[in-house]
Design a protein around this ligand. Structure first.
Ligand code: NDP
Length: 310
């Protein structure tokens, strides 16, 4: 198997180490310097491949993404649509995202933001909080990441529901589906966690209309993609007090421009796209597993659904 590593911003060294160790005999080539004949390449292992590049590899058996989100790659009009594309699902990454979701749900549930404010004013005052079971958490996106977050939050005693496209069964988690399920899902959600991929259907989904269906005082945690939110609408809802507070990890433009109003908004908690990340040591093992499957004539495991865009 000959693979091309295509990630202009990433260091190929740790990937070369883990992939060649995991797949004996693997010929690992770094694009562009080590790819002299594109026809030799069996698999492209990619993060943000330049548009038009993948179609220049005529014998690809698979494209494997080093990232969980594939929306940028799918914007390439010349993406070879007959080649199976595998997305990264990595247990370590899933665990990190679960920690992020749990952290912010607990932060808001137990009023950490209000105690920080009280401390600034030297104020000693206890704030009553509801039982976890009385706090209704709603996870948008019940895939690899959202499913794990839903299970963890349910295990912590919260009343958890999720929203997805296709039916699924997760113990003690109520599942709402598709367009019909969206409004009832929002209406029962006190803390909304978005772990949606960015697709034509999810772009701008968190907007004035959908936010209005959340109960007054709801919290938002977005670690999916920034473009799922209409920023002006969220800011308006925060300013009016309809939404109590938002934890935002992802943005339309990253890094977040210095003049973006989120930076100084008193009800926004910002993190710089760090909810979870690709670690070559663990992600490499997942990519290696898919390389072995492709070498055996099979398909990668987490296939991107081109018609759905994720
Ligand atoms: P998955 O593809 O496993 O899950 C996506 C989920 O969203 C699925 O449950 C899917 O439903 C649901 N979904 C997609 N579109 C819709 C829709 N229109 N209506 C209802 N449900 C929908 O992805 P992952 O869980 O692995 O990752 C999710 C996203 O998290 C990534 O695409 C990426 O954008 C983001 N991410 C963010 C990171 C960060 O550090 N902030 C790090 C890694 C990823 P169904 O199950 O029915 O198909």
């Amino acid at each position: 198997m000959i693979i091309a590593f295509i990630n202009e911003k990433g260091d190929p060294a740790p990937w070369r180490e883990v992939l060649t160790e995991e797949v004996p005999g693997l010929d690992f080539r770094v694009w562009p310097d080590e790819v002299t004949d594109p026809a030799e390449i069996d698999i492209a292992v990619v993060a943000l491949p330049p548009p038009g590049l993948l179609k220049t590899f005529p014998n690809l058996k698979a494209i494997l993404s080093m990232w969980a989100g594939v929306e940028s790659m799918l914007l390439d009009p010349d993406l070879p649509r007959d080649v199976p594309i595998g997305r990264l699902v990595d247990r370590a990454m899933t665990r990190d995202m679960m920690h992020h979701a749990v952290h912010w749900v607990l932060h808001y549930h137990r009023d950490a933001h209000r105690y920080a404010e009280q401390q600034r004013h030297g104020k000693w005052k206890s704030i009553p909080y509801p039982e976890a079971a009385e706090r209704r958490v709603g996870i948008m996106g019940l895939g690899a990441l959202g499913g794990a977050a839903a299970r963890a939050l349910s295990d912590l005693g919260f009343t958890v529901a999720g929203w997805a496209n296709n039916p699924k069964s997760i113990d003690d988690v109520e599942v709402f589906l598709g367009t019909d399920g969206l409004i009832p899902f929002l209406q029962r959600t006190d803390i909304l966690v978005s772990l949606l991929p960015l697709t034509p259907a999810t772009e701008g989904l968190i907007n004035r209309t959908t936010l209005a269906h959340l109960p007054k005082g709801a919290f938002i945690i977005n670690a999916g993609r920034g473009a799922s939110v209409i920023d002006e609408d969220l800011i308006e809802s925060l300013d009016s007090g309809h939404i109590a507070r938002a934890s935002l990890d992802v943005f339309h433009t990253e890094p977040l421009p210095a003049d973006n109003p989120y930076w100084n908004h008193s009800k926004v908690d910002l993190t710089p796209h760090v909810a979870s990340h690709t670690t070559p040591r663990t992600a490499g093992r997942e990519v290696a597993q898919d390389i072995r499957l492709v070498a055996a004539g099979k398909k990668p495991r987490n296939l991107v659904k081109l018609d759905r865009g994720y």
